[in-house]
Design a protein around this ligand. Structure first.
Ligand SMILES: Cc1cc2nc3c(=O)[nH]c(=O)nc-3n(C[C@H](O)[C@H](O)[C@H](O)COP(=O)(O)OP(=O)(O)OC[C@H]3O[C@@H](n4cnc5c(N)ncnc54)[C@H](O)[C@@H]3O)c2cc1C
Length: 183
């Protein structure tokens, strides 16, 4: 995980799940230790706030809210061993078919993976059965993203795909909750 975070690639698969979980990075040097929210740790493509004499010595993941479940959905040009075209992580707390709280982070669609806070706000209180109609709107909910054209996909394809991946990630996280309830 430390290597994945320090690489600071836009396509680092470890970053969106840790962002959705609200992780913090602990850095240490001979000068002392400090903790930085992962959201502030990666500042650009291959850029972090880590100083040359610092090592990542821990990644702190707070307990998710009671009853919350997570999911990670990755799109690549094949099913395994592939750099992501886009990926989405979701942590969802739901009850009786209604979303109480959702955290959603998207990778490979901006220089740094991003939480979709506007969409998260729109999801709170919604029925899971209405999810299809809550597909994120590019202007209203995806303005934090800035996908590019590259060898793997066009920006337009990424944006289109991520709207579906978001729905799948939230649905899978909520379904994990239902399975746990049955067990
Ligand atoms: C063929 C190929 C396919 C890949 N596919 C994927 C993929 O699908 N998804 C994905 O996310 N990544 C992928 N990667 C990128 C890479 O393998 C991952 O990012 C991996 O998680 C890096 O972890 P590592 O432990 O190997 O780090 P390393 O390669 O050992 O380190 C990466 C960088 O972080 C620094 N570093 C490592 N640990 C620390 C630390 N504790 N403190 C400070 N600096 C540190 C190193 O000095 C180095 O600069 C791929 C790479 C290759 C070559």
């Amino acid at each position: 995980m430390a290597g994945n975070i320090c690489n600071a690639s836009p396509a680092a698969d470890g970053v969106p799940p840790l962002l959705a979980l609200g992780a913090e990075v602990e850095l240490a040097s001979t000068g002392g230790r400090r903790r930085v929210a992962l959201a502030d740790y990666i500042t650009g493509v291959r850029r972090t706030v880590r100083l040359p004499d610092e090592l990542v010595v821990a990644v702190h993941v707070p307990h998710p809210p009671e009853g919350a479940r997570g999911a990670f959905v990755k799109l690549g040009s094949r099913s395994s061993l592939v750099i992501s075209i886009a990926m989405v992580a979701a942590v969802v707390r739901s009850d009786a078919g209604r979303i109480i709280e959702a955290r959603v982070a998207v990778g490979a669609c901006s220089p740094v993976a991003r939480r979709l806070t506007d969409w998260e706000t729109a999801l709170a209180g919604c029925e899971l059965s209405e999810l299809e109609s809550l597909r994120p709107d590019p202007a209203a909910h995806l303005s934090a993203l800035a996908p590019i054209d590259d060898a793997r996909a066009t920006a337009a394809y990424r944006l289109s795909a991520v709207r579906e991946l978001c729905l799948r990630a939230v649905r899978q996280a909520a379904a994990a909750r239902e399975i746990m309830d049955v067990c």
